[in-house]
Design a protein around this ligand. Structure first.
Ligand code: ADP
Ligand code: MG
Length: 939
């Protein structure tokens, strides 16, 4: 019993199944629970019946355990560690495994649903809160993690938990305490610690959660859990799993791994990767893609920003619109209703030139409200800035009227007095998103419709004069009629100055000095100035103040008196002006929230008007966005390259088409029927080959840019485009050197590729440009080959793969959903002309040699190169055909590297033909020497 108590102490929350002979016995409290739950007879260990106990036969224990797990209990198995026959003493027993609902791996699990074990990590609070969630199905090894940020992080997490419906939840003990709730095993969570998700939300989320398990608080920390996770996967960095910058998610995942280790779940090898996923209303673009696609910044710092999509699309009238365009390009929508709402609005405005121009004109005078407001807040705004703000506010009613001229739903929402419907539910229940980046995210404020801020405009123009001085200190900023005392003081000052003018006139007459002047400077105040020549005529009562080279300055008691009067009046009115200005500032800041809301509204209007303007100006078309796996466009153009070619007069951009369809069959959603109805051969992967400079990279980027534009709600440069929503774009383009981060280019490339292969979904768009270039040819080729197969078999995402590895074109025969495309070129007397057209088929191989010929390489080198190439081609085709046959026949023979090394083909053939048993050692040696010679000759 001592062993029992020790084990029980180590696992207080478990029912302890203790192996005794051919039975598993339970004691005390455990026995009572088990007898009740399993309808077992309760017996006792002792005569007084004070030590209840019950037991199950060891061979039937599984079935009892499953019943308890399904009810949410945790079970520890305490086994004999020694053979009872071999020891005379008490048999040593230890807990060998802890079974929990989330770690159950038995045949009794329903095949159609996952058995999720969830782990939660919360950091920060309020706006800086971050909630990480890791989900593991131990039965399949599917391991994924996600993260939510901001004030709603906890609610979003609950939402996601509700969607995944884990059977067991892991939480830090501190968190669990905060969660509070009913007793084990059924969790009835009530309040959350951040934000107040209604009880019902938490209840709904936790429905199905059979048990929650507290982990020591130190386990759920990045310091402990993240390195643990890295060790578990045996990687240096989690970046390749998409966890870069997602420490909270990684922590949750690490804590989960800790739990598995602690509960002694054997065989964790199948949990060899984790996938980071995001479920937001946005098309997710990671930093690599944003950079590679040059959405907002040129690829190479210092290059002209004209190469960016932002630059090409920026026809916004206001700075707010420009900022929103930028933000939108980084977070295109992934919500059909939202995209449609925008496209409807763009379509209407694009087709109505007078109204569109009216709207854009109305916004022409809108300055940077947000920034001006910022300056007001920082108290660095002078009277002129405040007036500029007023000028902007003055445009608002006109802009509102202009918006109201349109009928589309989004225009009505933007122009309306009533709150826009900011929350749009999508087809997939439970996924709620906010409209674009603006309005809806206004920190939960209730929108009051288009607030044209007329009161603030009136306030400013009623307070300030029309043309104020730059600085408040100069005075004369506040309009007459605002403050009675100020007006009075100003009157006083004015009459004072009039009096001075009168004095000047009188003194001129009295002294006969025509050039006598009353003047002012800040050191001496008011004085009478008389030129040296006239100083003899100065009367007695003048007091000399200062003598200059050409003039003398005097004062009189009368002058002094006026001086005091005027200066005090000025001082006092300065005070009053400052007070009034400060008051104005305060009132503007009080309305800062309203102004920001309106600024966001203006930004959205501006953005849509900009899209409409571009659509009309450039003849772009409305993309047909749908929930399918399609990506089709006809006569599509790369918006940036096309524009640049136009501007530089560099010819015409050659339009190209594409047609891909994601392989969604396994995703089990409604659209799978659609794809099943289509011919199975619809390609999801396009492999693009062709000569260097042929336009492969441009074609890839064009596809991604059109997708980004379409999901931003912008029209696209194509004759027609059909797009099934893309959840994420992955790119691996070019060799971006990242030596600064201490990783070689190839390492970077592989990390990026790993991120793609680990986290792309069937709805993603994957661009791979010249993958594998950073390493030895066969390495790179093999990796590329395997990656394409993985994308084809496991992911099904729409993929564009540009490559210089011709060998990959052979994949077309092997993979049903892969098709070869090539960029074309034409040889002319003057050299190769790149036609930039993309057509079906693999490229001819000899372009490289042709280019070399045209470049003037010696004739014999060219001839030899042709020879070698033929050799390669022939051997390769045979080899690969054979290898593929072998592979298809299910033979275990691996597709060796040899298939790519055709020069050794002859040798291989000979080796295969040799009858080893019939060789004498001498013959064997000769053969070896011969083969070696041949090898030498071949290379
Ligand atoms: P690759 O990746 O095949 O080497 P790129 O995509 O880098 O080729 O394109 C090479 C050049 O051809 C670029 O300067 C690009 O502007 C031009 N180009 C590419 N596609 C087109 C097209 N469809 N029409 C006109 N010019 C194009
Ligand atoms: Mg290229």
């Amino acid at each position: 019993m001592r062993q029992y108590f020790a084990a029980k102490e180590a696992h207080p929350d478990c029912l302890m199944f203790c192996r005794i002979g051919d039975f598993y016995e339970l004691f005390y409290e455990d026995a009572i629970i088990a007898s009740r739950e399993l309808q077992l007879t309760l017996t006792a260990r002792d005569r007084e019946k004070k030590q209840p106990m019950c037991g199950v036969p060891y061979h039937a224990v599984d079935q009892y355990i499953q019943r308890l797990l399904r009810k949410g209990y945790r079970i520890a198995l305490c086994d004999q560690m020694e053979d009872p026959k071999l020891t005379k003493k008490l048999v040593r027993r230890e807990v060998t495994r802890v079974l929990t609902p989330g770690t159950a791996v038995d045949a009794g699990l329903g095949a159609e649903q996952s058995n999720w074990l969830a782990s939660v990590c919360m950091t920060g609070s309020g706006a800086t809160a971050c909630a990480g969630l890791a989900l593991l199905d131990l039965s399949t090894g599917e391991f994924r993690a996600t993260e939510f940020a901001g004030a709603t992080a906890w609610a979003q997490l609950l939402d996601e938990v509700g969607r995944a419906r884990p059977v067991e939840m892991l939480l830090a003990e501190g968190e669990l305490a905060a969660l509070e709730g009913g007793s084990q095993p059924m969790l009835r969570a009530t309040a959350a610690k951040d934000g107040p998700p209604a009880d019902s939300v938490a209840d709904a989320a936790f429905e199905g959660v059979r048990t929650t398990t507290g982990l020591e608080d130190w386990v759920v920390t990045a310091e402990y859990a993240v390195p643990l996770l890295r060790r578990h996967f045996g990687v240096h960095s989690l970046d390749g799993m998409g966890l870069a910058g997602h420490d909270t998610a990684a922590t949750a995942a690490g804590a989960l791994v800790h739990y598995l280790q602690k509960t002694k779940q054997g065989g964790l090898e199948h949990i060899d990767a984790i996938r980071f996923y995001e479920r937001t209303g946005c098309l997710v673009l990671d930093a690599v893609s944003v950079r590679n696609l040059e959405l907002v910044e040129p690829l190479f710092a210092g290059e002209s920003s004209q190469t960016t999509l932002f630059h090409t699309l920026d026809a916004c009238c206001t700075p707010m619109g420009k900022r929103l365009l930028r933000a939108t390009l980084l977070r295109p929508a992934n919500d059909l209703a939202e995209i449609e709402a925008r496209l409807d609005a763009v379509a209407e405005a694009a087709g109505d030139l007078p109204r569109r121009e009216g709207l854009r004109r109305a916004m022409g005078g809108v300055l940077d409200m947000e920034r001006l407001l910022g300056r007001v807040a920082l108290d660095s705004a002078g009277p002129r800035e405040v007036l500029a703000l007023a000028a902007t506010l003055a445009c608002l009613p006109g802009a509102r009227e202009a918006v109201r001229a349109f009928k589309a739903k989004r225009w009505r929402e933007l122009g309306d007095d009533c709150p826009p419907s900011t929350e749009i539910s999508t087809d997939s229940p439970g996924v709620r998103t906010n409209i674009s980046t603006g309005l809806s995210k206004a920190g939960g404020e209730i929108s009051t419709g288009f607030d044209a801020l007329e009161d603030l405009h009136k306030l400013i123009v009623d307070t300030l004069v029309d043309e104020p001085p730059v600085s408040l200190a100069d005075g004369g900023v506040i309009r007459a009629g605002v403050d009675a005392e100020l007006d009075e003081l100003r009157e006083l000052g004015r009459s004072g100055r009039q009096a001075l003018a009168a004095i000047e006139e009188r003194e001129r007459q009295r002294t006969g000095i025509g050039s006598l002047k009353v003047r002012f400077n800040s050191v001496f105040g008011y004085y009478l100035e008389v030129t040296k020549a006239n100083s003899k005529s100065v009367p007695e009562n003048y007091e000399r103040k200062q003598t200059l080279v050409n003039a003398e300055r005097f004062t009189t008691p009368e002058l002094k008196e006026y001086e005091t009067k005027i200066l005090t009046a000025q001082e006092r009115s300065g005070e009053i002006e400052r007070r009034i200005f400060a008051e104005l500032r305060r009132r503007l800041l009080d309305a800062a929230g309203r102004m920001r809301m309106t600024a966001r509204r203006i930004a959205e209007i501006d953005l849509l008007a900009c899209f409409a303007h571009l659509a009309a100006l450039r003849g772009w078309v409305r993309p047909e966005v749908e929930v399918s796996g399609l990506l089709e466009f006809a006569a599509g153009r790369h918006p940036v390259v096309e524009r640049r070619m136009e501007e530089s007069g560099g010819g015409r951009f050659v339009p190209n088409s594409i047609s891909l369809e994601a392989w969604l069959c396994e995703s089990g959603d409604a659209t799978s029927q659609v794809s099943e109805a289509r011919p199975a051969a619809a390609a999801s992967i396009a492999l693009i080959t062709g000569p260097n400079m042929g336009g492969k990279s441009t074609y890839l980027r064009q596809a991604a840019l059109l997708v980004v534009m379409a999901q931003c709600g912008c029209f696209v440069p194509a004759e027609r485009m059909r797009l099934g929503l893309v959840d994420r774009i992955y790119t691996r383009i070019g060799a971006s050197d990242n030596v600064a981060r201490g990783r070689s280019t190839f390492m970077v490339e592989m990390t990026e590729t790993a991120a793609i292969l680990n986290s792309a979904t069937a709805r993603s768009l994957v661009l791979l440009d010249e993958m594998g270039r950073g390493t030895a040819t066969y390495d790179g080729l093999s990796l590329a080959w395997a990656a394409v197969e993985h994308l084809h078999e496991k992911i099904g995402a729409r993929t564009l793969f540009a490559t210089h590895y011709h060998e990959l074109t052979l994949l077309e025969e092997r993979l049903v959903r892969l098709k070869n495309l090539r960029v074309t070129a034409k040889e002319t007397a003057g050299g190769i002309v790149f036609l930039h057209t993309v057509e079906m088929g693999a490229a001819s191989k000899s372009y490289g040699i042709e280019v070399a010929r045209l470049a003037g390489l010696p004739g014999n080198v060219i001839a030899r190169a042709r020879e070698v190439l033929k050799l390669h081609e022939r051997a390769e085709t045979q080899q690969v055909a054979r290898a593929l046959e072998a592979a298809d026949a299910g033979s275990a023979q691996p597709m060796q590297m040899a298939m790519f090394t055709p020069l050794s083909q002859k040798i291989v053939d000979r080796l295969a033909a040799v009858d080893v048993d019939g060789l004498t050692p001498r013959e064997a040696l000769n053969l070896l020497a011969e083969l070696q010679r041949e090898l030498g000759a071949g290379s």
